[in-house]
Design a protein around this ligand. Structure first.
Ligand code: KG4
Ligand code: ZN
Length: 393
């Protein structure tokens, strides 16, 4: 299975065998663009994907020593994500599938973050619990079986990765290696108890998340310490020792509280999940932020205290990658969920479906937040409800 991923700022492709062998894995990152423009600008991200997509896919095939003729199918992320970016990957997948007459599997990006854990840990059977933490999503999911997910919690505003990225930018860190990794590194030098940021949403006894308030607390701390003459142009490379120390203290204190919020929500989700599915043995933690060592260490305590096991894919499979898309494609393909090959002569402007806003599962009724924000526009029914209605038919 060839897997193609272009939903956000990484262009990635990989070839994976049905037995889980990874034959190749290629990622081209837009970190440079991100550090220059301070975030993902859709039009620029689209251009960056278009520029490299052919090479990335070709290298994935070359590294695997395969041609399109050797593939069984192509899997590609069709949502959620930025439409302009998703389109680049889907167009490439359809062109290739058309030429070699291959079936296509449309993949849900967040499902792929969760399922890649099953490639790493072969004992990981359904049902299991998953915490998915990335730049755009914060999800607690109970995975009943393939394609059937119950959403125990989500974020009512920003995801944790977004909070890491913003804090890193405000602290003047080198964003070329990514905001999250830069902040994790600086936090090692700081005192995590120096600032008492408050833990979000404690009064809400559910499994939802919020990071917008913590971001504001961080901004106020930075302003009150006057470490930065301006929030936008204050590279840490120019900071003196005291200034660097202050920034490290903020980084460490931010990280402590950002992760405490995850710990508290996971503890409650484990309790809820065990009531719904007492046979659960694993908590999967995946998505870009799961590559953070502090996050992994803290969550492993929570998991152990509850007698469960943590499955956290290696960092290269936590951040966006083609392997997770190929593997999720394999899982669905093997039970017959795929689309027939597109026509070999499909015109460039042919219509196909993208799902930029696409929930993964159905909301757990007790998990709905009273503190709901307005970010609720739903364009598509969830993956799970689509699968349930097609199973009924
Ligand atoms: O899953 P991902 O690669 O892309 C999305 O689907 O969003 O996650 C990207 C996010 C970014 O916000 C990035 O800063 C964060 O994951 N991230 C980290 C670390 N590595 C990546 N956050 C904290 N610590 C890290 N080591
Ligand atoms: Zn992702």
């Amino acid at each position: 299975m060839l897997g193609i991923e272009t939903s956000c700022d990484d262009t990635a492709a990989a070839v994976v065998r049905g037995n889980g062998d990874i034959l190749s894995q290629v990622v081209s990152s837009q970190a440079d663009l991100l550090s220059r423009y301070g975030g993902v600008a859709p039009k620029m991200a689209e251009e960056a994907h278009s520029l490299v997509i052919d090479q990335v896919v070709q290298r994935a095939l070359d590294d695997a020593k395969l041609t399109g003729n050797d593939l069984s199918a192509v899997a590609v992320t069709i949502g959620p994500g930025l439409s302009l970016c998703l389109r680049v990957g889907v167009q490439k997948a359809r062109r290739l599938a058309g030429v070699f007459s291959l079936p296509i599997v449309g993949v849900h990006h967040m499902e792929a973050h969760a399922l890649v854990a099953r490639l790493i840990e072969r004992n990981l059977q359904f049902p299991f619990l998953a915490l998915l933490i990335s730049g755009g999503h914060n999800l607690l999911i109970l995975a009943h079986k393939l394609g059937h997910y119950l959403q125990l919690g989500t974020t009512i505003d920003d995801a944790i990765g977004e909070a890491y990225d913003k804090t890193a930018r405000w602290l003047g860190l080198d964003m070329r290696k990514g905001g999250g990794p830069a902040l994790e590194e600086l936090a090692l030098e700081g005192d995590a108890n120096s600032i008492n940021f408050s833990i979000p949403m404690r009064q809400h006894k559910d499994c939802n998340f919020s990071y917008a308030g913590l971001k504001t607390q961080v901004r106020l701390a930075i302003e009150s310490r006057k470490i930065c003459r301006s929030m936008e142009n204050n590279p840490i490379s120019l900071a003196n020792l005291d200034d660097r120390r202050s920034r490290a203290d903020i980084a460490a204190s931010f990280q402590r509280v950002a992760v405490l919020h995850l710990e508290e929500r996971c503890q409650r989700a484990i309790e809820w999940a065990l009531k719904i599915e007492p046979s659960i043995k694993y908590l999967v933690v995946s998505g870009g932020v799961a590559s953070n060592k502090y996050v992994r260490a803290r969550l492993s305590h929570v998991v152990e205290n509850n007698g469960l096991e943590l499955v956290c894919p290696p960092p290269s499979l936590c951040t966006d990658n083609g392997v997770m898309v190929a593997w999720t494609g394999i899982e669905h393909f093997l039970i017959g969920r795929f689309d027939p090959p597109p026509p070999a002569d499909e015109p460039e402007d042919a219509m196909f479906e993208l799902r930029p806003r696409w929930p993964l599962g159905e909301e757990y009724s007790q998990g709905k937040s009273e503190a709901r924000s307005l970010k609720r526009a739903r364009v598509f029914p969830s993956l799970t409800s689509m699968i349930q209605s097609s199973d009924q038919n």
